[in-house]
Structure formats: C-alpha cells, structure tokens
Write a protein that binds this ligand. Structure first.
Ligand SMILES: Nc1ncnc2c1ncn2[C@@H]1O[C@H](COP(=O)(O)OP(=O)(O)OP(=O)(O)O)[C@@H](O)[C@H]1O
Length: 347
C-alpha cells in the first residue's frame, strides 16, 4: 500500500456521478466554479492535542492561497479535513459548496489532493498509476487516456510514462503526485508542501502551473515552509498558529505593510550621512566589506519603510540627494516578513 494510502485511493468511496468536467472546459461550467473553500470554527483534537482549535479560512476561486504556520500549527490536519480524509470534531467546511463530512463523495469529486509525500504502487507504471486514479474517479476511459497523456507531459514525465513507478526519483514521484491530484480535473486543489524534493526547474514549472490553474478559475490552497516560494505564487495568505487562524491577508495587504528594505550604495558613507540628515533610522546589513585603504567603501543598510510607496519615495529622495544607490530591494519576502512579525508579536 502506498504511504499516503487513504479511502481516496482506488477501492474507496466512489466520487459523485456528476464528476467534474474535462480540461479546457469554459463558460458556464467555469462559472459554476465560483465557490472556493470556506472553513469556520474548525476543531480537531488528537487525544489532548488540539491540532485545530477554531480555525477559519476562506480561499477564493481563481486565486492561489498560501497556508503558512510553524511546525505543528495544524496545516496538514486542516488539509486532511478539507480533503475529506479526516472528520473534524466540530466546525463548518465547504469545498466548492460541498460539505466533506455530510457529502464526502461530492466534495472529493471536486478536490485534488497532493500530500507532502506521494506513495505509489511501485509495480505499476506512471501511466497506470494515473489511469487507476482516473478510473477510481469514474473519468470515462477515452477522456482518461487523453488526460493521462496530457498530465504526464505537463509534469515532464512523458519519457517515464511506461516505466515502473519504483524507478522514479523523489522529485519525479512528487510530480506524479501532482498529476494524480489533477487527473479528475478538480475545482479545488489542496497541496501540502508540493515543492519539497523538486529541483529548481520543476519549482518554476510548479509555480507556472498553479498560476494557470488559478487563472482557469480553480481554488488553489498550498502549504509550504519555503515562504519565498509562496511569495512568488500566492495571491492571499492565511497564517495558522496552534490550530487557529492568526490572520488572513490578501497579497495587497502583505505588500502594503511595513517592511525592511535593503539599500546598497557605491558609498556607504554617502548613504548613511544622507539617512542621518533625514532622520531615517537604519541598521547595518552585516555584509559591508571594507577594503583596506579604500576611503569610501561601498555598502548597504536595512531600512524599515511603509509599503512599496514608501520604498519608492526613499529611493527617489536618496538619488535626488546624490547618493550613488546601486540597489534597493525587500530584505526578505513579504510573507516571510509578515510571518516573522507575527512570531515577534507572540513572544
Ligand atoms: N494522527 C495524529 N495523532 C496524534 N497527534 C497528531 C496527529 N496528527 C497531528 N497530530 C498533532 O497535531 C498537531 C498539528 O499537526 P499537523 O501535522 O497538522 O501540523 P503542521 O502544521 O502540518 O506541521 P508541520 O509544519 O510540521 O508539517 C501537532 O501537535 C501534531 O503532533
């Protein structure tokens, strides 16, 4: 049995007969995808551990939503409940308008689930693995055959299509897991650490694919510890801590907050004396390399500014004052900074 064996796999309850539409469907069918994910007051305990302790979440259709939180904050538990693989103790969940508790088959027919490690049947080929899942989701044979080929190409596994899954590397298995999640053309995609084990090229491909899927009107909820990666792909973010939603943010809110910028100048002295003259607080970036005998070494500082407009004003004024600015960029991604600020508040 694969490690992520679950009733979702072949042999489990059948999806609803009105299974989702094939890829490329447009118009009215896409309009029906208006619902995303809605979670209210979700609770789930394992013995005395409250893995979910009143979590709330909204993930919009047509957007990529990042699910962020420290180890043990309840992300996987939440995703398992959303995937219909774990029954919550209490709370409300709607997946594309369906309740995974009372209408498990209906919700799961519309949900693609990619666990953090995808187990396969090693004796089946990559193509057979996908065909088996398509069959379990009652995708008709002709549609399934075309879709399996299309997905194998999408995740760049076409040359391994007829190889036993046992020969696939960890990253290739992850990509097969992504294809598996898409085999029934779900409206909602749940991905738990999808980029783990992927090489840089595959990470870029994943980002492009998730953006395309969201642009098609699907709901994409993705958890990862690699915040820089989420930064590049997420429209919105939900932060979990100790089983509760600490904050939900739109991308604009994240970008609009107070952030640290790294400003570098050909002359560190010119930069710092200008900042001093304007009363702007700054800190060393810890990377200044002073060359012996160089009277005006290059270097940079960290400055906290309000939103991107604040960063633009800082750059404009520095250049206007004759400071030879080389670069000005966020010191860390927006999600990372928001996350660290939240951690700071909790201390
Ligand atoms: N099957 C289980 N039995 C007992 N405790 C569990 C079980 N699953 C999760 N937990 C506990 O629930 C809490 C939340 O775990 P969960 O895996 O949801 O966190 P997470 O945010 O996904 O963590 P990570 O980032 O480390 O993957 C943890 O304290 C964990 O030990």
């Amino acid at each position: 049995m694969p490690p992520d064996a679950s009733p979702e796999q072949p042999g489990g309850p059948a999806p609803a007969p009105d299974a989702p539409t094939p890829p490329g469907t447009t118009g009215a069918a896409l309009a029906a995808r208006a619902h995303g994910i809605e979670v209210t007051g979700l609770r789930r305990a394992f013995g005395t551990v409250k893995a979910l302790d009143g979590a709330d979440l909204v993930a919009r259709a047509g957007a990529v939503t990042a699910l962020v939180g420290p180890n043990g904050s309840g992300k996987t538990t939440l995703l398992l409940v959303l995937a219909g693989l774990l029954v919550p103790d209490s709370g409300q969940v709607r997946i594309a308008g369906h309740d995974p508790v009372t209408d498990n088959a209906g919700a799961r027919a519309r949900t693609g689930w990619m666990p953090d490690a995808f187990g396969t049947w090693d004796s089946l080929t990559a193509r057979e693995v996908l065909a088996t899942f398509a069959d379990a989701y009652r995708v008709d044979r002709a549609t399934a055959a075309a879709r399996v080929d299309e997905l194998l190409a999408t995740v760049h596994l076409d040359e391994y299509a007829d190889q036993p899954a046992a020969v696939l590397s960890r990253g290739q298995k992850q990509r097969l897991g992504l294809a598996r999640a898409l085999v029934h053309d779900p409206q909602v995609l749940l991905l738990d650490e999808p980029a783990s084990g992927l090489d840089p090229r595959s990470r870029v491909d994943l980002r492009i694919l998730l953006r395309r899927l969201a642009d098609e009107g699907r709901t994409v909820l993705v958890s990862s510890h690699v915040l820089s990666e989420l930064d590049e792909m997420a429209d919105d973010a939900v932060f979990l801590s100790r089983g509760r939603t600490v904050v939900g943010m739109s991308g604009a809110q994240v970008a609009g907050g107070r952030r640290t910028w790294h400003v570098r100048s050909l002359s560190l002295a010119a930069l710092t004396s200008w900042l001093d003259s304007t009363g702007t607080a700054y800190r060393p970036d810890g990377a200044a390399r002073v060359t012996a005998g160089d009277p005006a070494p290059a270097g940079g500082v960290l400055v906290d500014v309000e939103g991107e407009a604040g960063a633009a004003a800082l750059l404009r004024d520095a250049v206007a004052a004759g400071v030879p600015v080389v670069s000005s960029a966020p010191a860390a991604g927006a999600l990372e900074q928001a996350y660290l600020a939240l951690e700071e508040e909790r201390r």
